[in-house]
Design a protein around this ligand. Structure first.
Ligand code: 5AD
Ligand code: SF4
Length: 490
């Protein structure tokens, strides 16, 4: 494997070098983009055709945002994006390794493209978290020959160079950096939506929860510069963006590595003053870092939505300790009370892991107890999946799989019951919805989200994607609300 190290922790500006900070890559990025674009222009002149790309994203919102960067780079290089069901010259997989089933699905998808690659001469690019693991790269090298270019999470900005190398040599290119680069600024971006946007604020994770692979594949925490984040949001607002979601594995740590405490709360106050932005969301928060100043900011800032995603993972203090989560069941419940006192209509959502090694019936009852006591509007529930290289992977799994499946079902049934009950409070109410476009399941309906992040499907005339409207809720279920009307705001 071709491995490069980069120990810079500064912001690296690819297009506009400033003050000589970490700019050794600066002239190269745009050169590579141009070189590939020239290749594509020559191809178009010769054939009358434009080369196409499509991207398949797995995993979390950070990956969704990375996919937008890759789409931006490919567009700048002269490729044209096509829908998933159309043939493409380049098929990019942005991969996830947080659980084994994600990895298996990705291998399945890549393997399933053999025919398409043969028929159309398509090449596959694999990048993202899974590629930071050497055993995965070896497997791809050996068994997935249609994958021609591989890079990891730390060197996404080298993609144009790698692509150029492949296009000119037709030799497979594998380049994965072991260590994180600083924060790479000013990469191109082709956003999926105009009315809402993902904005990275902190990369990596320092928490090392014992089950989690993320710190090993995304590196240590690196906060983006405060002014860079604000400048990006101001530019988005100018371009018609109404909602931003601030992203990080642990947004509450924002600024810690810059030697600034409470910078996340400061950021929320600063965004409050940006005209055009109506809604601010953020994820994910770690219960151990959710500070009083942040709760105060959530209470004060009108644009911050009344939704908080606060994973608790397990309700058992004993298991939480084994997970290295650094809080207890009681601490979590107190935190929930504190947030509810500050923001009474807050909608809470969470992540829960079932079947962590050593989880007893009593431990699991504690998880159910937290679910009952808190009343989450939604919960993402996962069966524990051992990840190679994590401390928990060394623990013996002593729980029979039938017991884990039965627990998972009990938890899921309880959560669905609770989410359905909580949804009833929306019936007969009028809610503010930011419209995302036609509903995925029923194109005759529109779809959007309440400020509390509930999905709403509704019928309305003269309403389009990006509008903020009032919708009357007529029916409410666990997973979505049905409404009608759509009076525009203002
Ligand atoms: N097994 C199961 N679930 C996991 N998660 C992270 N690592 C694992 C694992 N090894 C879940 C956690 C986290 C979410 C993103 O994925 O609940 O919050
Ligand atoms: Fe993984 Fe824990 Fe970091 Fe979240 S906080 S990414 S669960 S190590």
């Amino acid at each position: 494997m071709d491995t490069k190290k980069n120990n810079g922790q500064e912001s690296i500006r690819l297009k506009k070098p400033q003050g000589g900070m970490g700019v050794e890559n600066a002239p190269e990025f745009s050169d590579w983009v141009e070189q590939v674009r020239n290749q594509n222009t020559a191809y178009t002149l010769e054939t009358g055709k434009t080369r196409k790309f499509k991207i398949d994203v797995f995993g979390c919102q950070m990956n969704e945002r990375d996919a937008e960067t890759i789409a931006g780079m490919l567009t700048d290089m002269g490729f044209e994006e096509v829908p998933k069901d159309k043939p493409a010259d380049i098929i990019v997989f942005v991969t996830c390794c947080v659980r084994e089933n994600a990895e298996e699905r990705i291998y399945g998808h890549i393997g399933g493209l053999t025919e398409e690659c043969r028929e159309n001469g398509s090449i596959i690019v694999a990048c993202g978290c899974m590629m930071q693991q050497s055993h995965v790269v070896e497997k791809i090298k050996k068994s997935y020959h249609n994958v021609k270019i591989v890079f990891g999470t730390h060197n996404i900005h080298t993609f144009p160079e790698l692509l150029y190398r492949y296009m000119t040599s037709k030799k497979r290119v594998f380049e994965i950096w072991e260590k994180e680069a600083g924060v790479i600024e000013e990469l191109p971006v082709k956003r999926a939506d105009k009315h809402k946007a993902w904005v990275n604020i902190i990369l990596g994770c320092n928490n090392f929860c014992s089950y989690c692979i993320v710190p090993y594949v995304r590196g240590r925490e690196r906060s983006r510069d405060f002014n860079d984040v604000l400048a990006e949001i101001k530019a988005l607002a100018k371009d018609g963006c109404k909602e931003v979601t601030l992203l990080g594995q642990n947004v509450n740590s924002y600024g810690n590595d810059l030697g600034e405490k409470e910078l996340f709360a400061k950021l929320l106050y600063a965004i409050e003053d940006i005209d055009g932005i109506e809604r601010v969301r953020f994820m994910t928060s770690h219960p151990k870092d959710l500070s009083d100043s942040l709760i105060e900011a959530m209470k004060t800032c009108k644009k911050v939505c009344n939704h908080l995603h606060l994973p608790f993972q397990s309700g058992s203090t004993r298991i939480l300790e084994k997970m290295n989560r650094k809080y207890t069941k009681e601490h979590y419940l107190e935190l929930v009370s504190k947030i509810r006192r500050a923001v009474p209509d807050i909608a809470l959502t969470t992540d829960i892991i079932v079947g962590f090694p050593g989880e007893t019936e009593e431990d699991f009852e504690d998880t159910l107890d937290v679910v009952r006591k808190v009343g989450f509007e939604a919960a993402y529930m996962f069966i524990y999946s051992p990840r190679k290289g994590t401390p928990a992977a060394k623990l013996e799994q002593d729980i029979p799989s039938e017991v884990i499946s039965a627990r998972f079902k009990r938890l899921a049934d309880l959560q669905t019951r609770i989410a359905t009950e909580l949804a009833k409070k929306y019936e007969g109410k009028t809610v503010e919805v930011l419209v995302d476009g036609p509903s995925k399941n029923n194109p005759e309906m529109l779809s959007g989200r309440t400020r509390s992040n509930r999905l709403v499907n509704f019928k309305a005339d003269n309403v389009e994607k990006g509008d903020t409207v009032y919708v009357d809720i007529i029916r409410a279920g666990a997973f979505w609300l049905e409404g009608r009307g759509g009076k525009k705001l203002g």
